[in-house]
Design a binder for this molecule. Structure first.
Ligand code: ZN
Ligand code: ZN
Length: 269
C-alpha cells in the first residue's frame, strides 16, 4: 500500500491566525490547529515524496520523523507552499546528487527568481566562495500537464486556475490531490472521476465563496462528481470548526467526507 500523511491542513495564515481572538483560533481542540497545507507520500516502492515546502516544513517533518526524501513536488509558487524550501538542506546534503524538485514551467521560473542563492548559485557565487552552513542542493524539473515520472512513480498532472496563475493537481495511483483552486475545469473532473479514486484530498477554504479558493458547497459538488471512496477537505481557514463541520457533513449524508487533521495518514492502493 501507499501512504499519504497530512503535514498541514491550514490556509496561508495557518490556524490559529496570529493575533486572532475568534472562537476557532482560541479553541482547545487540537483538530482546529492547522499548519500550512502540504503532504508526504510514502509509496509501496519505498519512495518518499514531499508535496510543497510550507513555512512550517521543519516542524512538519520532525513530526513524521522523515529521514530521507526522494523528490519534492511544488504545486505552485505562493509563499505558503514554497517558503520552507531552505529546510530541505539536510535532505539535499544526504543525497549523492541534488534533490529533484518538480513544478510547472511558471513555478520553476518563479522559484529561480525568488531563491537565486539556490537556483542561480553559479551566477550568485561566480566571484565569491560559499561560506558557512551551505545551500540546499536542489534541481528544478519542469513538468507539463499529463503523465510524468517523479522518483520512479507515475503521476498524472493538470493545472487548476488559482489567482493569476495555476496550481498543479495530480493523481498518483488511487489518490487524487487538488488544492488551491478557484474552480476545476470539466476535463480535469473527468480525469479524476475516471481514475476511480480511493482518496481525494481537496481544497475547502471556508463556507462562503472566495476569489481564489473552493468553498464548501463547490468542493462538495466536485466530490459528488468525482465520487471517490473517501474525500478529505484541506487548506481550511479559521471559519472551519472541526466538530461543527463534521456534524454538518453527517447531516447532509456526506459521511465519506472528512475535514483533514494535521498528522493524519491514509493508505491507498
Ligand atoms: Zn495555499
Ligand atoms: Zn481566528
Amino acid at each position: 500500500m501507499n501512504k499519504i500523511t497530512i503535514l498541514g491542513s491550514g490556509t496561508s495564515t495557518g490556524v490559529p491566525i496570529l493575533g486572532c481572538n475568534c472562537a476557532i483560533c482560541q479553541s482547545n481542540d487540537p483538530r482546529n490547529k492547522r499548519l500550512r497545507t502540504s503532504v508526504l507520500l510514502e509509496t509501496e516502492q519505498a519512495h518518499t515524496i514531499l508535496v510543497d515546502a510550507s513555512p512550517d516544513l521543519r516542524a512538519q517533518l520532525l513530526q513524521t520523523q522523515t529521514a530521507k526524501l526522494d523528490a519534492v513536488i511544488i504545486t505552485h509558487d505562493h509563499a505558503d507552499h514554497t517558503h520552507g524550501i531552505d529546510d530541505l538542506r539536510p535532505y539535499s546534503f544526504k543525497n549523492s546528487s541534488p534533490l529533484p524538485v518538480f513544478a510547472d514551467a511558471h513555478a520553476c521560473e518563479s522559484l529561480t527568481i525568488k531563491f537565486p542563492y539556490i537556483f542561480q548559485r553559479e551566477k550568485v557565487y561566480s566571484s565569491k566562495p560559499i561560506l558557512g552552513g551551505g545551500i540546499p542542493l536542489l534541481d528544478l524539473h519542469p513538468i507539463s500537464p499529463g503523465q510524468s515520472t517523479v522518483a520512479n512513480e507515475t503521476f498524472f498532472f493538470a493545472g487548476l486556475p488559482h489567482g493569476h496563475g495555476e496550481s498543479l493537481c495530480f493523481i498518483h495511483k488511487k489518490l487524487g490531490y487538488m488544492i488551491d483552486c478557484r474552480e476545476i475545469p470539466e476535463s480535469v473532473l473527468i480525469n479524476f472521476r475516471d481514475a476511480k479514486l480511493e482518496i481525494l484530498i481537496i481544497d475547502c477554504l471556508r463556507y462562503l465563496p472566495h476569489q481564489t479558493h473552493l468553498h464548501l458547497e463547490l468542493a462538495l459538488e466536485y466530490i459528488q462528481f468525482i465520487s471517490p471512496k473517501m474525500a478529505v477537505l484541506t487548506h481550511m481557514g479559521h471559519e472551519m470548526d472541526y466538530l461543527d463541520l463534521t456534524r454538518q457533513l453527517h447531516q447532509r449524508q456526506m459521511g465519506h467526507v472528512f475535514p483533514a487533521i494535521d498528522g493524519q495518514s491514509f493508505l491507498y492502493s
